[in-house]
Design a protein around this ligand. Sequence first.
Ligand SMILES: *Cc1c(COP(=O)(O)O)cnc(C)c1O
Length: 387
Amino acid sequence: MIPYGRQSISEADIASVVAVLRSDFLTQGPAVPRFEQALADYCDVGHAVAVNSATSALHLACLALDVGPGDVVWTSPNTFVASANCAVYCGAEVDFVDIDSATFNLSIAALTEKLKWAEQRGMLPKVVIAVHFAGLSCDMQAIYRLSETYGFSIIEDASHAIGGQYLDQAIGCCRYSDITVFSFHPVKIITTGEGGVATTNNPELARRMTLLRSHGITRESSEMTHLPDGPWYYQQIELGFNYRMTDMQAALGLSQLGRLDDFVAKRHELVKLYYRYLSDLPVVWQRQTNECYSAFHLFVVRMQPKNLWSTQIQVFERMREADVGVNLHYIPVHLQPFYRAKGFAPGDFPVAEAYYEQAITLPLYPDLAEVQIQQVVDTLRKASKDR
Ligand SMILES: *Cc1c(COP(=O)(O)O)cnc(C)c1O
């Protein structure tokens, strides 16, 4: 089976993890701050707070921005459920903004309209979570300008997008956002097994996320309510969690970060091959924009309607039978039973729903060979011929 995504682990990656296993610290040692500094340097951002998943990073980001009961958080329906769940963890409401049919990212036109509508009703969002779908940045300048008018905070869910750029700056630099989140799950661009990070230029947001990832406990006397009882002393000043990353994970991440630019360059080469081999098939793919250098986490094709095409289900079944691990990103989040129970219904976000009925994620990862791309495209050609 050719999977839709998979990690690339080198001997050097393995050696870096083994070295931690032979060292004094498996967690809370030197590897995590080293990885955080390397990420902050790579992204040209003030602070990086490493945690055990992007889901945890999104949760901490919402908490640091004081999201709570009575607040509303908006995101894209074309994302993994974690982009929405993080607000629910904080007791806030979630709402969605429909996507653009060409970039599959949050639509700026829809966001502008919805903000006007929400302002009239006194229902403006506290935070907008912009998801960089498949590694392509959203139009962050436009979202930032709207935030100045309407007063919301911005989180970038860049789980797909480490190694990508927007306006010649690394995604994660937070030029147009408060916090950016990356995921290091094995299908993403670089991996730590499980893991994530939140980047920010705001020292207070970094301080709160660092505090909350480890139980809300501080050892800084300046943060305590009174002078320490002694050298053993710590205080719990908020209710936090254990969202820490281990040193084994951080060592793997540090080693993978050194390979990041090569990974993304390789993904670009492979996508160009897809463009070439797919050119005679009635499919479209995500429109790239001049402002962006995508990290190309995913390669999605959209089957065009009214062609002599098999159904989406037939194509999926035939391709999987032929050992091509196609996937679908994403089932619109508002159609999940958990969100339907909150009142969302089919028809609420028609562009994301129409996209869902045509999308197929084809395999894309750095170790994919050109012959495998030919095999994927040939299989797609055969699988889509007749009903
Ligand atoms: C993978 C992913 C997440 C969650 O990442 P984890 O590290 O698995 O928690 C969140 N948002 C998006 C868009 C993702 O693709």
